[in-house]
Design a protein around this ligand. Sequence first.
Ligand SMILES: [Zn+2]
Length: 465
Amino acid sequence: MKSYPVRAALLCSLLLLWSSFVQAVRPQPPTGKVLLLSDIHFDPLADEAIVPDLVNHDISGWETILASSESFKKGVYPTRGKSDTNYTLFHSAMSAAAHQEPFDFVIVSGDYLRHNFVNAFANERQPQGEFPEFATKTALFVLETIQTTFNVPVYFALGNEDSACNDYGVAPGGMFLKALAGSLRVLADNPEAAADFSAGGFYDLPHPTLLNVEIIVLNSILWSPLYFNCQSDGSDPGSAEIKWLSAKLYQAKSSARKVILVMHIPPGLDAYKCSKDAKSKSTTSFWRDVYLSQFAGLMQSYGDIVQIALAGHTHMDDFRILTTSEPSRSVAFRITPSISPLFGNNPAFSVLHYSPSTGEISDTTQYHLDLGGSPATVQWTFEYRFPSVYGYNALTPSNFEALAVSIRNDPTVRQTFSGYYAASAPSPLSTNGWPFYSCAQTLFTASDYSSCIESQEAVSCKTDK
Ligand SMILES: [Zn+2]
């Protein structure tokens, strides 16, 4: 018979074994934190010395090749306003975001590939026929790196640069979409979502922690006036996507479920382009009018079940508020700033906080990399928290609406918003052109937008006198 201390020790080790087993099988409780990333625009051509190696290897060898680049070894970051994301910036953004873990999931609102990729690839004296494979490998490398770094569900939306043919070119059902569908881990157990993504680049999945919420990832490139079909088969996938969205919203509402919408290009006006074209008074819309009105019609019926819409594309820290005749159906679009500093902004990412019991979204916390200082001291830091700066404790449509009014009418609030707009880099809102940006927050059609700008300019003329 074993002595008491031996039995006690045996019991202790059994208990330890049991508790480690329970820890291994029991899912961690939700943290209420979501990482938001957008517009990475990774440039594998940033160091031309390693390009032939990248072309000749599959992505399993890319990390080693990229880490061997001289600019990475020296820690050289891209210049603000000049270049997209090189490996130094991509690597440091992933580490900085991983520093804020744990996350329940990650949302990436598109644009994995650098701007002007086709021409830059040709300039590297690489055969043009190799471009589709190289673009696909680059996108897969970015997706794989994000999924491996965070090891939680990652929901990816397609951006206008995410194409194996050219900017805004999509081939529905083509090789590029199929390759991405095969690599998106969230699609692995959901054949219907995987088939939807392969066909049109959009899909719908259950929320990973909330039972009554769905994540609907849209492909808003199909709704852009610049969209073209790389295979030019004459079909209208944008219209098919609206029908699909309508069915998904109907099903969600009839089952008392809410939705989070994810997309790359938000609806409404391109404030940057409109401000550049101010003299000619011409306006540029992000979506074709027909899709904007169909989408607005859907929100008129289903806006009350949309918790939030998450977008990117402008590269700036911004929002839109689509109002409907029924206030409870207005929809707030949160725009996540970009990792790429190409548009003169600092690289940035957001952490969104929600309640794991109610789903209510209470906060976004911003982190940025100030590229304006001395290169030796460049590091990612906390930038600001939405509630502390603006005084709202929930990211609801009515709070965004109130904030948009304050930005328009209160110079102090406008100055604060302007300071963070380009992730603390110099902001276009600090000039007389601020109405272009302010009006874009609440007005979605060209005529409403133009009247808003005219009335704001009249007001600022009066106050200037
Ligand atoms: Zn972009």
